[in-house]
Design a protein around this ligand. Structure first.
Ligand SMILES: [Zn+2]
Ligand SMILES: [Zn+2]
Length: 258
C-alpha cells in the first residue's frame, strides 16, 4: 500500500488502516515507492529526504490502530546497477520487507506509465517481455527482496507477446525459488486494462510447481482500494494448488494457511 509521498496516491496510512479494519483485515503492509539515489530520476516516488517522514507516518498508524498488525516495507525499483543503493536503503530502518519491482525496462521507460504508451509502438511485445523478465530474474537473484511485485506488469495496457514466454517465466521462477523470494498476487491488475491479477494463472501454475512462495497485495493507492478483490486473488491461488501464503516480519517469511 502506498502513501501520498509517492505523488500519485491519496490518503494517509491512518486512513488505509481504518479501511483495513472496516473490511476485516488483520494485517496490512505499507510499501510505498522507494526513493532513487537521484531524486530527479522520475516524479512518482518519495524523495530521499522523505524516507524518515514515510516511516513516521506508518508508525503513527501503528500507534493509532494497535489492534491491526501494520508492517513497514518499501516497494523498491530494481534496475541493474542499483544494488548498492538498495542495500543502503535497507540499512536505514528496521524494515519488515522489501518488494522488488521492475517498472523500468530501460533507464527512461517505465512499462506501466500511461504517459509513455507511445513507446510500445516501436517495440515488439516479446522483446519487452524478455527484457522485463531478465530484470525480474536478476532482481530475484540479488537476494535483496523478500517479494517480487506484479511479475507480469507489461500486460497492464493489454500488450501481450504472441510467442511462448514459458522459458522467460521458468528462468525467473527458478531464481525466485533459489533465493526463497515470494511472488506477489497483486489484485490491482483487475483494475487496469488487462483486467487480470498479476501474475497470470499460467505463471502462477509454474510457480506452484516449483514451490515458489506467494503473498497477497491490493497495491492500494487510495484507502478504498485496501484489500480490494482479495477473494479473486485467493481463488486464483487455490485454483493452481496453493494452500499457503507468506507473512513477513523483520525480513523473515512465515508460511501460513490461506
Ligand atoms: Zn504506484
Ligand atoms: Zn509497482
Amino acid at each position: 500500500m502506498h502513501t501520498p509521498l509517492c505523488r500519485h496516491a491519496s490518503g494517509e496510512p491512518v486512513d488505509y488502516a481504518r479501511r483495513a479494519l472496516e473490511v476485516g483485515l488483520t494485517e496490512i503492509g505499507f510499501t510505498d515507492h522507494s526513493p532513487m539515489a537521484r531524486d530527479d530520476f522520475d516524479d512518482w516516488r518519495m524523495r530521499g529526504d522523505q524516507l524518515d517522514e514515510y516511516v513516521e507516518k506508518v508508525r503513527q498508524a501503528q500507534r493509532k490502530f494497535p489492534q491491526l498488525r501494520i508492517r513497514l516495507g518499501l516497494e523498491v525499483d530494481y534496475l541493474p546497477g542499483h544494488e548498492d543503493w538498495i542495500r543502503d536503503l535497507a540499512s536505514r530502518h528496521p524494515w519488515d520487507y522489501f518488494i522488488g519491482s521492475v517498472h523500468y525496462v530501460s533507464d527512461d521507460w517505465a512499462v506501466d506509465s500511461p504517459f509513455q504508451l507511445s513507446k510500445w509502438k516501436d517495440r515488439d511485445a516479446f522483446e519487452v517481455w524478455s527484457v522485463y523478465f531478465d530484470r525480474l530474474t536478476m532482481a530475484a537473484g540479488t537476494g535483496l527482496f523478500e517479494i517480487i511485485g506484479h511479475a507480469d506488469l507489461p500486460k497492464k495496457f493489454g500488450h501481450r507477446p504472441t510467442r511462448d514466454c514459458t522459458p522467460l517465466y521458468e528462468k525467473f521462477l527458478n531464481a525466485a525459488k533459489q533465493h526463497n523470494c515470494a511472488i506477489e498476487l497483486n489484485s490491482a491488475g483487475l483494475r487496469k486494462d488487462c483486467e487480470e491479477i498479476y501474475p497470470s494463472q499460467e505463471i502462477l501454475k509454474l510457480a506452484f510447481a516449483k514451490g515458489v512462495p506467494i503473498t497477497f497485495g491490493s497495491d492500494a493507492h487510495a484507502p478504498e482500494e485496501v484489500g480490494l478483490n482479495f477473494v479473486e486473488a485467493v481463488n486464483l491461488a487455490l485454483s493452481v494448488g496453493y494452500t499457503n501464503g507468506s507473512r513477513l516480519a523483520a525480513r523473515v517469511k512465515r508460511s501460513e494457511r490461506i
